[in-house]
Design a protein around this ligand. Structure first.
Ligand code: SAJ
Length: 411
């Protein structure tokens, strides 16, 4: 059986690699030639623990290859990005482009799975588009019928290779037969339970999972602002409240980053704008948190004659190198513009150079931990990387005059 995985990003590539190591014949498809070349060399173009071993093994065995062209296959897994447009409406153009390319290859009988996080109705939309392009594939005839399903990914970046195998999985079919066939495919590597439903419920389930987290992080972020005004230590407050058997408050931070939790809730808002009050407000609360941190750091820096501000962390969360939609990045970018005479010493052990938006700034430098601790008079902790634990940095004995700890790591 041949499986084509379209989109070799953070989800598509691990899925392609794991299917191939189960002995399936897998072809990965990506529009980026550099990604295709890297995969064919058995190299991972981004950081994800253990993926390299799976990928190199699969390519060496001859079960996985990559191409920029969509091939004929028995099953397709579409794992392309679904960003949103300026007005927060979902942008389905990548799904549509993938659908158009695979439509040309179909002969009938194929299984077509949408894995990309999608607004409710996207799987049906993809199916209609493919069927409109291929009216010759009679859907009343067993031989030319196509099988569509939505199987959202739920893996946590940094733990993808483990969670792909162990997480339960939701499979939503446009028909029962499609769901059953998709289940058989995921059973080749997924040891979690595979739960069958319809496509729209599966689409919504994924959005709801990430919105649940967003709303709960917003609650923690709002608490941190209220506590700051009332001069209460929010970390202690949450620790104590969480001793209640039915309370489990998440952790405040500098804002919500990444390309999932800060995006997916908008798809629900877009689907029911007049009803999604809480979900929309949570997005606004989390999106406003970086500005609150910026104002706080500026106020501290203004109390120092010559501010040298150490920034601990740029990634969107702990112990990864991913800077996409990172609140830390936004904060440094804005601080360096707002306080051009201050120096910003950025410590980010997971990257080798500053990202494009910061590299040309005269007042921003990437430095090692020791240099930052030695030279800075203001310290701002933005990411709770293990490297920043208080056994590596002692913010009390360091020469910092002010500390802004957005993650509660140095409390
Ligand atoms: N964050 C906080 N406080 C917390 C937890 C997280 O401020 O208590 C912040 C993080 O620092 C980060 C952001 O939220 O900036 C998101 O991080 P995350 O670890 O909560 O989630 P992601 O974006 O890495 O992955 C999520 C996961 N979804 C859920 O846990 C419900 C993952 O399982 C999904 O597969 C992934 O989104 C996805 O691809 O949708």
């Amino acid at each position: 059986k041949t499986v084509a995985v379209i989109g070799l990003g953070y989800i598509g590539l691990p899925t392609a690699a794991i299917l191939a190591t189960q002995g399936l014949d897998v072809i990965g498809v990506d529009i980026k030639q550099s990604t295709v070349d890297a995969v064919n060399r058995g190299e991972v173009p981004f950081v994800e623990p253990d993926l390299g071993t799976y990928l190199a093994g699969a390519v060496k065995q001859g079960n996985l290859s990559a191409s920029t062209k969509t091939p004929a296959a028995d099953a397709y897994i579409v794992a392309v990005p679904t960003p949103f447009c300026e007005d927060h409406a979902p942008d389905l153009s990548y799904i549509e482009a993938a659908a158009d390319a695979l439509a040309e290859q179909l002969v009938g009988g194929e299984l077509i799975i949408l894995e990309s996080t999608s607004p409710p109705g996207a799987t049906a939309h993809m199916a209609q588009r493919i069927l409109a392009a291929r009216p010759d594939l009679d859907q009343a005839d067993e031989r030319t019928m196509l099988y569509f399903a939505h199987c959202p990914e739920r893996v946590l970046p940094g733990r993808v290779m483990i969670e792909l195998v162990t997480n339960d999985r939701i499979v939503g079919g446009l028909s029962d037969r499609a769901a059953e066939r998709a289940k058989s495919l995921y059973e080749t590597f997924c040891q979690g339970e595979i739960l069958l439903t319809d496509a729209k419920t599966a689409e919504m389930a994924k959005l709801v999972e990430n919105s649940f987290r967003d709303v709960n992080i917003a609650f923690a972020n709002e608490l941190s602002q209220i506590s700051d005004r009332l001069d209460i230590d929010v970390w202690e407050l949450i620790r104590l409240a969480n001793r209640h058997p039915r309370v489990n408050i998440l952790q405040p931070g500098p804002g919500v980053g990444g390309h999932c939790i800060a995006v997916d809730p908008w798809f629900i808002v877009e689907a029911a704008p007049d009803l999604a009050h809480l979900i929309r407000t949570a997005r606004h609360v989390n999106d406003a948190k970086p500005q609150w941190v910026i104002d706080k750091v500026c106020a501290k820096a203004d109390q120092v004659a010559q501010p040298v501000v150490a920034i601990f962390g740029l990634a969107f969360k702990a112990n990864i190198d991913d800077l996409r939609e990172s609140p830390a990045l936004k904060i440094v970018d804005s601080l360096s513009r707002r306080r051009p005479s201050a120096q910003f010493l950025v410590v980010e052990p997971h990257v080798k150079q500053l990202p494009e938006e910061l590299i040309s700034r005269d007042n921003v430098r990437l430095v090692g931990l020791d240099e930052a601790v030695e030279k800075a008079n203001v310290a701002v902790l933005l990411v709770d990387h293990a490297d920043f634990a208080s056994d590596s940095i002692d913010p009390i004995s360091a020469a910092f005059e002010h500390v802004v700890d957005t993650r509660g790591m140095w409390q």
